[in-house]
Design a protein around this ligand. Structure first.
Ligand code: CNA
Length: 296
């Protein structure tokens, strides 16, 4: 059952799904730009949809002017507790409970077929990697590692740290703790040695991986596929307007993306898993995981 809700196109009103199929067939350097909408089907809420994380923040902290403040680095330094209270909802499970979505698998399939130039993800759930995508740039970092805000110690997110966050506590740097315990003159007024997950907060710079790669990729790509993002967060949001003119741009999202709508050649509106499953069917790609979770 086809549930693409709306198809708009600068390439012509008819057969736009076929246009996209032909563009994918003819492309060898697809740049995928994706966001939280890729993972909602597997149970991770996005930021801005109804029932999403921003709505939960508004309910939980009605006195906050802006839900974004929970992910603001200055706010985090002042008080990291609200972030960690919410991190539970963004923290990927340790086990295999969290499976990549059909859309993640579609990106992996693009790569397997030698068509993926790069996947730029704003997501921090790491599901691209779990789906097997290797040519991925985590623009906003991810939860794999943590850094001590006081001493700069950097390491993997251990099970102990994960447990601590799951228990609703603020994880602290053991190294700093030991030094503090040994040093009787320690200044108790010093910054708390909080372990901050290496995700990019508002007010922080994007990963080096992003800046090291994006310029070349903007030049090299021959097709842009934007999946499950409201394109509200710069500089990632500027990718569609920074690509060479003439490179086709496709949006696959539940809703139109207001700020960039004039940029897209085709807008396939609907659940991204449903849309990419239909594309895969028309491309005659046999893929193991091509049944949208919502179909069950
Ligand atoms: P957003 O602003 O919440 O936008 C998500 C977009 O996806 C919206 O336009 C939705 O309509 C759309 N959408 C939601 N579900 C689907 C679906 N099943 N199919 C198609 N479209 C859908 O989130 P963005 O990614 O644009 O914002 C960037 C932030 C969100 C990044 O910095 C992320 O780190 C952050 N984030 C990440 C995760 C994650 O890692 N899974 C979860 C929540 C937030």
């Amino acid at each position: 059952l086809m549930r693409v809700r709306q198809v708009r196109s600068k390439l012509g009103e008819v057969n736009t799904l076929e246009d996209v199929v032909r563009l994918i067939e003819g492309s060898s350097r697809v740049l995928v730009l994706c966001g939280a909408g890729m993972s909602t089907a597997v149970g991770i809420p996005d930021f801005r949809s109804k029932g999403g994380i921003y709505e939960r923040i508004r309910q939980r902290y009605p006195f906050l002017d802006d839900p974004q403040l929970l992910f603001d680095i200055h706010q985090f330094r002042l008080d990291p507790r609200p972030f960690f209270e919410l991190a539970l909802e963004l923290l990927p499970a340790t086990d295999d409970a969290l499976r990549p979505s059909v859309s993640h698998c579609f990106v992996a399939e693009l790569e397997r077929r030698g068509k993926l130039l790069r996947c730029y993800t704003q997501n921090i759930d790491g599901l691209e990697r779990r789906a097997g995508v290797q040519r991925v740039v985590f623009c906003h970092g991810n939860f794999d590692t943590v850094t001590c805000v006081r001493c700069g110690w950097h390491g993997a997110l251990s099970d102990a740290v994960r447990e601590c966050i799951r228990a609703g506590q603020v994880p602290c740097c053991e190294r700093c703790r030991r030094l503090q315990a040994d040093d009787e003159d320690a200044d108790v007024e010093e910054v708390e040695p909080v372990l901050k997950p290496d995700i990019v907060f508002f007010g922080e710079s994007l990963s080096d991986a992003f800046f090291g790669q994006i310029h070349d990729d903007l030049e090299a790509t021959d097709l842009l596929l934007v999946l499950g993002t409201s394109l509200q967060v710069a500089p990632v949001a500027k990718i569609p307007t920074s690509i060479r003119p003439g490179v086709p741009q496709i949006l696959i999202n539940r809703e139109l993306v207001a700020r960039a709508r004039v940029e897209f050649d085709v807008e396939l509106l609907g659940d991204c898993d449903v849309v990419v499953a239909e594309l895969a069917r028309r491309l005659q790609w046999e893929m193991a995981s091509m049944t949208p979770a919502s179909a069950y």
